[in-house]
Design a protein around this ligand. Structure first.
Ligand code: HEM
Length: 333
């Protein structure tokens, strides 16, 4: 009898909470914006959860056609207002009050911490000012031979697949190539993702990025207290530990090397050529010379560059190659 009463109370409480959440001021206001049907806990993700990845892509694009250039979706309890008209986007981007990032950025916090992508306000401004010079054209030029060497290796690997008949997924090849490039340019290390199929670091990066997408597609996983109790959350933590261990190790070893050799400020080699220095070295200079960055901040910025530098370039390169494959007249040109 007692269990029955407890269960009944639980059910009543559950519906009371749902009722309260559905009728709070913010929810009512957001729901005046058109958008797909919303369910408790899942938000508007129910149809997305049941779809394959290609179906998701088509479905998400269809929402603009259905609801217009301003529509709302719910990821669990988090409201999202989607803009698909440049005039609306301009209003937001020109406004410095509303530039805090949305909830999906919380998913990357355990990896990126408060790096440039996830920080805000004064911290973002100071770090942005410090880091911008590391992207000077002359510095980027010193990485050219890395781009060339890794691209040549990529072409060699693709040659064995390009028989002109069989289709294959180019994404893993590109992602391994961009990871190799960003690891060498951001951290100064060889990851060798292109050559080692079961490379742990590459698997952890891909796995983690896959988990961000997983959480953004399944409303119930957007709650930390649920996510970290699932097998997805456990896998996420495993990938995360691989990535943090690698960055910690690289930073630690570099610190020791700099102490030993004392060559931290040497910008040219013995022939007077501009020496290639990884992003991490430049950050360590900043930390040493200007006391501007703590060890933790260095790590956050390096991880941010690993993420920002590989995911974006992988997508754009893969799509470009896909389109070139579809339009062979352009490819020939
Ligand atoms: C096709 C390539 C790329 C695209 C489409 C792209 C796109 C973007 C976008 C849309 C943002 C804004 C994100 C936000 O504020 O939430 C951003 C920020 C950023 N990207 Fe990229 N990106 C690309 C390549 C790269 C590369 C190669 C790097 C590093 C090596 C990089 C590093 C960053 C960083 C550090 C930020 C944060 C900047 C700040 O807020 O100050 N990106 N990128």
């Amino acid at each position: 009898m007692e269990i029955f009463v407890l269960l009944l109370l639980g059910v009543i409480l559950f519906f009371a909470v749902i009722y309260r959440l559905r009728n709070d001021k913010k929810t009512v206001l957001i729901n005046r914006i058109p958008g797909p049907k919303c369910y408790p806990i899942l938000g508007t993700t129910l149809p997305v959860m049941l779809m394959t990845k290609p179906e998701r892509f088509v479905y998400l694009r269809s929402l603009v056609q259905k609801f217009g250039p301003l529509y709302r979706t719910w990821l669990g309890r988090a409201a999202m207002v989607n803009l698909a008209d440049p005039n609306y986007v301009e209003l937001i981007l020109n406004n410095t009050t509303h530039n805090e990032k949305g909830i999906v950025y919380n998913f990357v916090l355990p990896w990126l911490g408060n790096g440039l992508i996830t920080s805000k306000g004064t911290k973002w401004h100071q770090h942005r000012k410090l880091i911008t010079p590391t992207f000077h054209f002359q510095i980027l030029e010193t990485f050219m031979d890395v781009f060339v060497a890794k691209s040549k290796l990529l072409v060699k690997l693709l040659e064995s697949k390009a028989d002109g008949i069989t289709t294959f997924d180019i994404f893993p090849y590109i992602t391994h190539c961009t990871l190799d490039i960003i690891a060498e340019t951001a951290m100064g290390i060889q990851v060798n993702a292109m050559l080692e199929e079961d490379n742990r670091y590459a698997q952890a990066v891909s796995g983690l990025c896959g988990e961000f997408a997983n959480r953004a597609a399944k409303g119930w996983l957007s709650y930390d207290f649920i996510y970290y109790k699932t097998s997805y959350g456990a896998k996420f933590l495993e990938y995360l530990s691989t990535l943090h261990n690698t960055t910690n190790k690289v930073i630690h070893e570099r610190r020791i090397l700099r102490q030993k050799t004392g060559r931290e400020n040497v910008a040219e080699d013995e022939f007077g050529r501009k020496k290639r220095r990884a992003f991490l070295d430049l950050l360590m200079d900043l930390s040493q010379n200007e006391n501007a960055l703590t060890e933790r901040e260095i790590k956050e910025e390096v991880n941010t560059f690993m993420f920002a530098g590989h995911d974006t370039t992988t997508s754009s390169t893969s799509w470009t190659l896909f389109l070139l494959g579809l339009h062979q007249d352009i490819q020939v040109r």
